[in-house]
Design a protein around this ligand. Structure first.
Ligand code: HEC
Length: 394
């Protein structure tokens, strides 16, 4: 049995709303209302229940959110933890952008797909479209279910509501004035678009299959310069640098962090200069003296002797160091001693690598305290045999 319709076309949305409400009030079966854009109040006028699409959108969004969070915390905390700027692996603030994107992506895409499926709109389906309803007309279709429907009354209702055109007929007759989607099914663009949709995946997958790439291997790298840069060993000769060495000297005048500037050379004139310009920043308080004695006994006593008399256990195997209480040593300024400890002097080597800058000053404090002893050389204390033996063994 063919169904019969009456369709009224309107220019204004308020006319459509009015006609829809009026038709339902009079008990006619409204098939559907058509408009080029969403008309506020139309779903209510049609008596449609609230759309269930919002629920689909919400659940799709929740799935996207959970997916984003799980994906990221799994990769960055469990599967492949990377230290980035010393941050914790499972640091949620960095997960926000991706989780947000996945939320709106799934909500959007699934929402649209669900809408199309529910409306039975999928590619290739030819849908009859009423003329002008995607452009500048609104339409209301009323179903003539049974013979009792008063066609004349419906027609006058539509006209009274402001319909600019009224059409009636059965299903077939109705289809006649309908445009078949502007003939899009046959246009060249439409065909090309469809060819692309079908061909692109086929060509991609086919190409992948034909290349037979081992997907467990690393990807092909096209610009290789950065990957293949030569790695030289520190001590290797190197043609790149003018001096032919791989490891380069620091630029002249470079100071390492916390390194102090010591602008003196290893000669007597500079020792004098150091003596005149450097002063001991430490006071001879018990703390500094204790530390100084500890260091002196460790590094200096072996030659200079426990009381500074120049009679340490290695003497006389090692040429006599000066007696710190001699006139000549007593005249030494702190800076001159510092110069000697830092750069060494004649038979005495530099102690800069063993005692730090501050430690040198504390040792000097301790030497000063030793110098307060008697001027005469301390009696050559017989070194304990054990010490001698220990040295001999070494
Ligand atoms: C291997 C033995 C030896 C050790 C260890 C040693 N010195 Fe000396 N020191 C000497 C000799 C030898 C001289 C004399 C150098 C010279 O001929 O000017 C000397 C000279 C000095 C002078 C200059 C004295 C003067 O009157 O000119 C000072 C100051 C000094 N030493 C401090 C130290 C300090 C501080 C230490 C420990 C960090 C130390 N030395 C460790 C052997 C040593």
């Amino acid at each position: 049995m063919t169904e019969r319709y009456v369709i009224g076309y309107f220019r204004e949305e308020k006319d459509l709303l009015h006609a829809t409400g009026e038709a339902r009030r009079r008990g006619y079966r409204v098939l559907d209302a058509f408009s080029p854009y969403p008309v506020h109040g139309l779903p209510d006028a049609l008596g449609l229940p609230p759309s269930r699409l919002t629920w689909i959108g919400m659940w799709a969004g929740i799935i996207g959110l959970v997916l984003g969070l799980v994906l990221q915390s799994w990769t960055s905390d469990y599967d492949w933890p990377l230290i980035v700027g010393g941050q914790p692996f499972n640091s949620w603030p960095v997960f926000v952008p991706v989780s947000f994107e996945l939320t709106v992506l799934l909500a959007g895409v699934i929402g649209v797909v669900a809408l199309f499926m529910r409306s039975k709109l999928w590619p290739g389906r030819a849908v009859p479209i009423l003329p002008h309803i995607t452009d500048d007309r609104f339409a209301l279709a009323i179903n003539l279910v049974d013979a009792s429907a008063d066609t004349e009354d419906i027609l006058s209702l539509l006209r009274a509501s402001g319909a600019v055109e009224v059409v009636q007929g059965d299903e077939m007759a109705l289809s006649a004035p309908l445009e078949r989607a502007a003939g899009q099914g046959n246009s060249l663009f439409y065909r090309l678009a469809w060819a692309g949709v079908v061909l692109i995946p086929i060509v991609t997958l086919g190409g992948l299959w034909m290349a037979r790439r081992d997907l467990t291997l690393p990807n092909i790298v096209v610009p290789t310069q950065m990957v293949d840069s030569p790695a030289s060993r520190a001590q290797e000769p190197n043609a790149v640098f003018a001096n032919g060495m791989t490891q380069q000297q620091p630029v002249a005048g470079t100071l390492a962090q916390n390194q102090r500037f010591f602008p003196y050379k290893s000669n007597d004139a500079d020792r004098k200069r150091a003596g005149l310009s450097m002063t001991n920043p430490f006071r001879p308080d018990p703390e500094s003296l204790k530390h100084g004695k500890q260091l002196y006994d460790t590094f200096c006593m072996i030659c200079h002797g426990a009381s500074g008399g120049g009679d340490g256990p290695v003497v006389p195997k090692f040429p006599n160091p000066p007696n710190f209480r001699s006139k000549q040593s007593l005249r030494l300024r702190d800076g001159e001693m510092f110069h000697t400890i830092t750069l060494g002097r004649k038979k005495m080597a530099s102690y800069a690598s063993q005692v730090s800058w501050d430690e040198r000053w504390k040792i000097i404090l301790y030497i000063r305290s030793l110098q307060k002893g008697s001027l005469s050389p301390a009696p050559a204390a017989k070194p304990a045999g054990g010490t001698r033996q220990a040295i001999a063994v070494r």
